[in-house]
Design a protein around this ligand. Structure first.
Ligand SMILES: [Cu+2]
Length: 115
């Protein structure tokens, strides 16, 4: 499984620029890659379930005050932090479950379905 994970704000902004710059023909379906946002707030991921297309990116944004969280999945893991963002580009189809290791017992889990 190949992921590109970038945890720093500047790199995330750079990645978003790259995603926008990828020509539609790169995916054969006449569409450009998109970046989707998941917000960490109230000890939960919003939205918890997200459906995206192969080649799209997901950016998690920390918006839960001083509460520290992380995004941990199979093949990707953010730092534990209380602010900032984390981006993963999904290059394969499938279902990718993830969670926050600190709050998994409180149900802080999410799922990305890549079509
Ligand atoms: Cu958490």
């Amino acid at each position: 499984m190949r992921f590109s994970a970038k945890g720093r704000m500047a790199l995330v902004a750079f990645a978003a620029t790259l995603a926008v710059a990828i020509p539609a023909t790169a995916f054969g379906g006449g569409r450009s890659a998109s970046t989707h946002t998941v917000t960490l707030k109230n000890i939960a991921f919003h939205p918890a379930n997200l459906s995206i297309k192969r080649g799209d990116s997901v950016t998690w944004q920390w918006r839960d005050g001083s509460t520290r969280h992380n995004v941990t999945g199979s093949g990707f893991k953010s730092r534990t932090m209380s602010r900032g963002s984390f981006t993963v580009r999904f290059t394969r189809k499938g279902t990718f479950n993830y969670h926050c290791t600190i709050h998994v017992s409180l149900g802080m889990k999410g799922k990305i379905v890549v079509h």
